[in-house]
Design a protein around this ligand. Sequence first.
Ligand code: FES
Length: 177
Amino acid sequence: MSNQNNSNEAAHQPVKRKEMSRRQFLAYTLGGASAFMAMGPVLPMIRFAVDPLLTKESQTSFVKVVEESQVTAEPQEFDFQIHQVDGWYESDPKLTAWISRDEQGNVFALSPVCKHLGCTINWNTQNDNEYHCPCHDAKYTKEGKNLAVAPNPLDEYEVEIRDGFVYLGPVVPNQHV
Ligand code: FES
């Protein structure tokens, strides 16, 4: 019975609020304002640091390689340079393409990277009108079809013809075999 009275009395007691002292109020207010002001110079630095990660991967642009009139049915080797940006790292690697025309006369460009273990292939070194890899004797047709050793056809570059010039873009899986 007395327990019930006690709980009733407690229920009617005014709720005691914890008052914030002036010192606490000042500490919170000044702390918040200082943190807000500190973010001013820090935010641009954070933005600068992660900017390359936030920007969309730049599209690989096409590079002018050779006048279209120079391209023959017989594959020829052409070197060209691309500019690439990978996060914070920029470079200008030199690439090679074997460019020729297919039976319809369309220009196509093969990557020189052997699909076995990545050595560099060459055209017609054994007078057999095939690409040949010196490392382990992989062979490919003129269109890049794998004939021996390599498990896949040679990759090719995307090709665009503009104003009489051949432009090469990203490397893609072979579309000709
Ligand atoms: S890397 Fe070309 S045959 Fe092995």
